[in-house]
Design a protein around this ligand. Structure first.
Ligand SMILES: C[S@@+](CC[C@H](N)C(=O)[O-])C[C@H]1O[C@@H](n2cnc3c(N)ncnc32)[C@H](O)[C@@H]1O
Length: 459
């Protein structure tokens, strides 16, 4: 910490505070859930500046003592608030006595009061002049879905799992790349990787899927970025294979970008069943003819030869050992010139981001390590991954759409891949929700199959 650094950061805070005040005094400015984007952005800039200032002046021993104890108590208080649904029992307008709140929640009044008074030090709830409990802007978020889902998952599940990291190292040694030798496995006493465990224990997986659903609604992971990440209009009348495409959210965004395209979404049986069930399908009626769903595990050799493959948020869940296997299973179906579009996190070189962004990026990377023995990759690590897989997989471009947490990594296959296998060649774009595979012709080791729509078969 230098004096000039502190002064510069303090000046930045003052400037940002001035801009935010001006905005709040104008007709458009409002705080709380009604705040518009400009006001939110100004507040965030002030927050980032204030955090940098705080970090630069935090006494070293605080970082190692008070802040650590604070983290433990934060999580403990959040677990309690979440477990006993405290926020929902506090009136949205007005206030409630500690006594009445404890009676409603059937908890001990003294314990409730002490947890709440700790939470209040973080502006989560406040105590009114008459000594009652009322909501703050922050505690109100715990009443609704969205943030509260993430908050309860992090405190109830994420924290206890993460605390088993050292035990996983004790059990399986350092540097394991296996997805079933993690803190998750220690905590759940299972030999299954997380995704398999959740497939077998849907009740346990439900909060995780709710959190994922919440993330898709955050601006940084909005599906709108899929539309600008790649020039979809540069493709014409072709089929995009969306591998691990879940319910087809990304494919819908792709099809909205270019009406001449079709998509085949591949995933495990359960997501495919959910995607094709009319009560849980998210595909708009008018797009049904252009999206089909197919059960396919990305560990198995890809069976559909297409011009474009798309994989969003797949690789960051797997260590290099397994990411290479996923790519190797896809390559045999790729023809020379076929594109692979990967939309995933690309970490930035150390120290090049604002401190808040750096911290968020490192948190995600820790999360991948704890849950899957996986990682968030920087550009070099992505390049190494492709080089390990096949020398003809050529990196064309990596870029990040403005405001997106994910980058688009564009690859093309130069020449035939090293490994060849049976593949279905798409000769026309899919035009129906059902894929009709009608013609099969064996050429050497490959089975060439024409895929036509059910509509075309009926004609
Ligand atoms: C993090 S989600 C990403 C979903 C989607 N691509 C998106 O961007 O919203 C990972 C997806 O991979 C799927 N998945 C996991 N294992 C798979 C496998 N072996 N084969 C195919 N898909 C798999 C999951 O079911 C899930 O839909």
């Amino acid at each position: 910490m230098t004096l000039s650094e502190v002064e510069t950061l303090a000046a930045k805070c003052l400037v940002n505070a001035g801009l935010l005040t001006q905005r709040l005094q104008s007709e458009e400015g409002a705080t709380g859930p009604q705040a518009d984007k400009v006001t939110r952005d100004l507040r965030l800039s002030l927050f980032e500046a204030a955090q940098s200032l705080l970090q630069s002046v935090t006494p070293p021993e605080y970082a190692l003592t008070q802040q650590l104890s604070g983290s433990i108590m934060d999580l403990t208080a959040f677990r309690y608030l979440s477990r006993f649904s405290v926020a929902k029992a506090v009136p949205i307008h007005g206030s409630i006595t500690y006594e009445d709140l404890a009676t409603t929640l059937k908890v001990d009044k003294s314990q409730l009061k002490r947890v709440l008074r700790y939470a209040m030090t973080k502006r989560i709830f406040f105590q009114t002049q008459s000594g009652e409990v009322a909501h703050t802007e922050t505690s109100l978020l715990l009443v609704k879905g969205g943030v509260s889902v993430l908050n309860s998952y992090s405190s109830e599940r994420g924290f206890p799992v993460a605390s088993c990291f050292n035990e996983a190292l004790d059990k399986w040694g350092h540097g394991s790349q296996e997805p079933n030798e993690t803190a998750f496995n220690v905590f759940h006493e299972t030999e299954l990787p997380m995704f398999d465990y959740y497939e077998e224990n849907p009740a346990s997986g439900a909060p995780f899927h709710q959190v994922m659903q919440h993330f898709t609604k955050t601006p940084a992971l909005s599906h709108e970025h899929i539309k600008t990440a790649f020039d979809w209009k540069s493709l014409s009348h072709t089929t995009v294979i969306d591998i691990g495409g879940s319910l087809g959210h990304a494919s819908v965004a792709i099809l909205e970008s270019n009406p001449t395209l079709s998509c085949i979404v591949q995933d495990l049986p359960k997501p495919v069943a959910q995607a094709t069930n009319p009560t849980t399908s998210i595909v708009p009626e008018h797009m049904m003819k252009r999206i089909s769903f197919q059960e396919h595990s990305f560990w198995d050799t890809q069976k559909v030869a297409a011009d474009v493959y798309f994989m969003r948020m797949i690789f960051h869940d797997w260590s290099d050992k397994y990411a290479v296997k996923i790519l190797q299973a896809l390559l045999p179906a790729m023809r020379p010139g076929a594109k692979l579009l990967i939309m995933d996190y690309v970490t930035r070189p150390y120290g090049t981001l604002k401190s808040g962004d750096e911290r968020r990026m490192r948190m995600r990377d820790m999360q991948m390590m704890i849950m899957h023995n996986a990682l968030e990759r920087d550009e070099e690590e992505w390049k190494n991954l492709f080089a390990q897989t096949d020398r003809r997989l050529r990196l064309v471009d990596i870029h990040t759409p403005p405001g997106s947490a994910l980058s688009l990594i564009e690859l093309v296959l130069d020449g035939e891949a090293d490994v060849k296998a049976e593949a279905v060649v798409l000769e026309s774009p899919v035009e129906s929700e059902k894929v009709g595979i009608v013609v099969g012709e064996k050429i050497g080791k490959e089975v060439v199959v024409t895929v036509t729509s059910v509509a075309a078969m009926e004609a």
